[in-house]
Ligand binder design. Structure first.
Ligand code: TXA
Ligand code: MG
Length: 345
């Protein structure tokens, strides 16, 4: 199959709709990362998503809703009852935006979408192209990140092509994603709102909106209870080059390793050193993270070393992604790097 990349226009969005309505897949931009879209209520499309990504059928998909109206989604049986007060508050406060809510599954949502779970993940994205597409379709679009399973999520059309060339007919090119890391995933399926995946919308913001503390699922808990969020394995988002997180801010830059530093302040500009942000801005760091991981991964270095991420509201999300991509930690000792492998699940 030939994969085309089309710049966003009225015509290309219409073309994307046509392809989707025929049961095929289209990669589309969201504010977080590019999604691999297929009609979420149609089995044929859902199966194609799992196949194109090489994703195990045990890992559920997110449905991108055609509107932020939760009542409409329950009426059409995409999500089931009851929908909690918390979800109404969060939808009003954070949609459109990078927040995914886990709610009861409605009878119209195929079990394949939710990997057999009685819950379904839904979000209403902020990217104008995603919204235009959803508005034209008027039905939910299943959309996992548009990468092959276990690889780094794509934040521009070229990265999608690297991942899925020949596997899908169309990529809508809407430029670089602004957030750069996947949405915050929060489970509202029981009485304890629980963050399953940290993202740009922080636990503090959510807690403030609903007036009660949300719990964040820690990786160790996650490993013991994989069924809670089957897709959030610790070994995820991995580059092919082994990546190590330095235990302290990096001060030694010997080749042949590649270095990814948080900021350019007090850091040398060397060919094998990249900065997530020149100014120490965590939002810029999140936006550039996957692009820089992809670029450094393609250079054939024996290892990539990453600075520790300083505290900020985005730190939990950034650390989560970097830790998942990592093979372990690195420490400078006696004139050389000592690598300590992490045990992966
Ligand atoms: O920002 C995003 O969320 C992007 C864009 C394209 O919208 N999508 C995305 O989808 O990151 P994906 O499939 O790569 O990640 C979805 C995550 C997975 O970790 C999956 O296991 C979890 O959400 N998930 C989906 N449905 C779930 C459910 N019913 N219960 C628990 N976790 C669920
Ligand atoms: Mg993904």
């Amino acid at each position: 199959m030939k994969t085309r990349i089309l710049p966003v226009s009225k015509d290309s969005i219409l073309e994307a709709c046509k392809i989707l309505q025929q049961g095929d897949l289209v990669a589309f931009p969201t504010e977080t990362v590019y999604g691999l879209g297929g009609l979420g209520l149609r089995l044929e499309s859902v199966r194609k998503i799992f196949e194109a990504k090489g994703r195990p059928s045990t890992d559920p998909l997110i449905l991108h809703l055609p509107s932020p109206d939760l009542k409409r989604a329950t009426e059409s049986q995409v999500i089931g009852c009851p929908i909690s007060e918390f979800s109404k508050i969060l939808a009003t406060r954070f949609w459109p935006g990078p927040l995914t809510m886990i709610l009861p599954r409605g009878s119209a949502t195929p079990r394949e979408v939710t990997a057999g779970l009685d819950t379904v993940a839904v979000r209403y994205p902020a990217h104008p192209v995603a919204r235009e597409l959803l508005n034209a379709l008027q039905e939910p679009l299943a959309g996992p990140s548009a990468n092959r399973f276990g690889r780094i999520s794509p934040t521009d059309a070229r990265a999608v092509l690297q991942e899925l060339d020949g596997k899908i007919p169309l990529i809508l090119d809407g430029g670089e994603c602004s957030t750069g890391i996947e949405s915050t995933v929060i489970s509202l399926a029981d009485n304890t709102p629980t963050i399953l995946r940290p993202g740009a919308i922080s636990a503090a913001e959510i807690s403030q909106a609903i007036g009660c503390n949300v719990v964040t699922l820690t990786p160790s808990l996650e490993e013991k209870t994989p069924a809670i969020s089957p897709g959030t394995l610790t070994s995820h988002y991995a580059p092919q080059t082994p990546l190590y997180v330095s235990t302290r801010p990096i001060e030694y830059f010997d080749p042949p390793y590649q270095y990814i530093l948080f900021t350019s302040k007090n850091s040398p500009s060397l060919p094998h050193v990249r900065f997530l942000t020149r100014e120490g801005n965590p939002e810029v760091a999140a936006q550039s993270l996957y692009r820089i991981l992809r670029e450094t991964d393609s250079l054939g270095a024996p290892a990539i070393l990453v600075d520790p991420i300083p505290d900020s509201p985005l730190a939990p999300a950034l650390r989560d992604r970097i830790n998942r991509a990592s093979s372990g930690t690195a420490e400078w000792r006696n004139g050389g790097w000592i690598f300590t492998a992490r045990t992966k699940n």
